[in-house]
Design a protein around this ligand. Structure first.
Ligand code: UVW
Length: 319
């Protein structure tokens, strides 16, 4: 069996934004989302329709989750039964419900911190990987949450482009296909757009969870695949954020090298592109298709969690 090449060797010479926004920068390509970009996004609002992109946490059909992570567990801590035992209750007599949730911060629709993935012992902007021990001292999700994400979003409906219900396990999407998809939609991807990709892949989870687990083990997820041209395109287009409806935003195993999650390194670690994963794009994609308008105002606010590697998020699209 041939050994998978080292990510650092595969990405030697790949574009980088390290230092571009100073030695203390922790928000990376979100720096591209200036006030002018917010106004450009707002100009996409024509009908006032609102779509939320978060998947349901606690779906009775099950929650898809990256292998090795456990689904979120919500526990009811207090409900009406609490007062059955005769607790005198709150002065004034009102009753209340309370609950808690235990979950992987990347266990649902979520935004990755820029320090989520690294190689060569260095995170985004050159921060030492030892700064991740016990929590991310640098490039955690917190600076992303403080800043917020607002930009012109552009949906590229890859499943629709392929004339398929969805992209299947391990299906790789090249830069050329991405651009062809945009062309077929008559959509112009502009510099600094938030790129939103629909695969509808996770519908497979709800059809057959055993087959889904097997498919993930054998082939992994579909999605964009790394090439030097793709990384250069993201750098030149100053793309601030990549948003998809898969669990990790990219084809799991790079078809050329076999390296896993290569785009996390090329885009997130090197360029500071913010990844938002596991979105539910079905409703907004259906709406975009009806009037053939695939651009919108995209807003996302991850949670402020100190030192966290990611955060659940409910992105909002306004058309
Ligand atoms: C992994 O870490 C595998 O993926 P994600 O980016 O979804 O957290």
């Amino acid at each position: 069996m041939t050994k998978t090449p080292y990510v650092g060797d595969l990405l030697r010479g790949s574009p980088s934004n390290w230092g571009r926004w100073g030695p203390d920068d922790e928000v990376g390509a979100l720096n591209h989302l200036t006030s002018a970009e917010v106004l450009r996004a707002a100009a996409e609002i024509r009908t006032g329709e609102v779509f939320t992109l978060q998947r349901l946490i606690g779906d009775e059909r099950g929650d898809p989750i990256w292998p090795g992570r456990a689904p979120a567990a919500r526990t009811q801590m207090r409900d009406e039964s609490h007062w059955d035992a005769g607790d005198p209750g709150i002065p004034g007599g009102c009753h209340a419900a309370d609950d808690r949730i235990e979950m992987h911060l990347q266990g649902t629709t979520q935004c990755d911190a820029l320090g989520h993935v690294w190689y060569d012992g260095l995170l985004y902007n050159g921060y030492d990987a030892r700064s991740t021990i016990g929590g991310l001292d640098r490039a955690s999700v917190e600076p992303l949450a403080r800043r917020g994400i607002v930009g012109r979003g552009v949906l590229l409906d890859l499943a629709r482009f392929r004339g398929a219900e969805r992209l299947g396990f391990g299906a790789a999407v090249t830069l050329d296909e991405l651009l062809e998809c945009a062309k077929s939609q008559r959509t112009t991807i502009e510099p600094r757009d938030v790129v939103v990709l629909r695969t509808n892949f996770l519908s497979l989870f709800h059809e057959d969870q055993e087959a889904f687990a097997r498919g993930m083990r054998e082939h992994g997820e579909p999605g964009l695949s790394y090439s030097p041209e793709l990384a250069r395109w993201f750098a030149d287009m100053e793309i601030p954020s990549l948003v998809t409806d898969t669990m990790a935003n990219e084809v799991t195993r790079d078809p050329g090298s076999g390296a896993v999650l290569l785009l996390h390194s090329a885009l997130m670690r090197n360029l500071g592109v913010v990844f938002t994963e596991m979105c539910d794009l079905e409703a907004v994609a259906a709406r975009c298709a009806t009037d053939a308008r695939f651009t919108f105002c995209y807003v996302a606010a991850p949670l402020r969690i100190a030192r966290a590697t990611g955060s659940p998020v409910n992105p909002v699209v306004i058309r």
